[in-house]
Design a protein around this ligand. Sequence first.
Ligand code: FE2
Length: 374
Amino acid sequence: MNTIAAKASTASIDFLPLHGTDYVEFYVGNAKQAAHFYKTAFGFQSLAYAGPETGVKDRASYAVRQHKLTFVFTTPLSSQNPMADHIYQHGDGVKMLALMVDDATDAWEQTTQRGAISYMMPTHLQDEDGELVMSGIHTYGDTVHLFIERENYKGVFMPGYRKWESHYNPTDTGLLYVDHCVGNVGWNQMNKWVKFYEEVMGFRNILSFDDKDISTEYSALMSKVMSNGNGYVKFPINEPAEGKKKSQVEEYLEFYNGEGCQHVALATDNIVATVTALQNRGIEFLKVPSTYYDDLLSRVGAIEEDLEPLKELGILVDRDDEGYLLQIFSKPVEDRPTLFFEIIQRKGAKSFGKGNFKALFEALEREQDSRGNL
Ligand code: FE2
């Protein structure tokens, strides 16, 4: 069996309308330094802060923003806080994938009625800038989906936060919004989570890749891409597949100590400029052999970009029926080989770079091998 593009949905009413990703929240060992790293290296701007100075006693949170992309870095202030256990178990990682909704109460009711486990009942948060309603459900591993309703909130981020003014404001790198977030799940767990996104959240499976699509000489994985109704929120789900050696998903599961978010794909409309800026600021990317570029144009057809800068930076290209896309993957952004980022520019293509999987996974295996984990 090979790649399957799922048939068009026949579902009529979207019971969970989503407007996109509201923010991604990371639990980290040191939020102040993490925020500084994402400002410096990725070009985020200071947005908001919550902590003891704003009446939040048990944690410190720093929100940073770049265009429509908002990241929050949160750290516990004592070992009694359950967040401390999360960091002990997983290292720094994605805790919340927060989604924009019109009605956070309805989103919680619709999903919990369909079997979701509640993380947070609908909660009304208020300050002088209005009211924000938030609710949440559990997904794979210790990861959570929050539903954020902010129509009646005019403040800088959310109640409990104050504007974070900083004298240090590095320029942005052209990162625009979250394109997709990938979850790694355990052996034989992919279909369970596909069913969860279908039944509990009304998503549909738009693409499937099996171990024939995603395999090298040594390792394999399987993946299904889940999308919400309007396509603004896409969650590919990976599980390991049998291979001669340990796959990248197995390495992740071992070091994250369970299921979790593998990578967040960030969109740009000028990938050469964005990746040049990121590299100049110290972000390290996976490299494919330069032979990848030898027959690139015969594989993907004509593209608008010059080949030379793509080759120099290591940017990959793939084409589907609707256009093409350019993409590149960072090395893990922490010491555990867990979370990394993808930078993606879509030029019509709605797919995920299947044509690059082999070159990419071979590059990943070289990295895994260098860590002694292959
Ligand atoms: Fe991706």
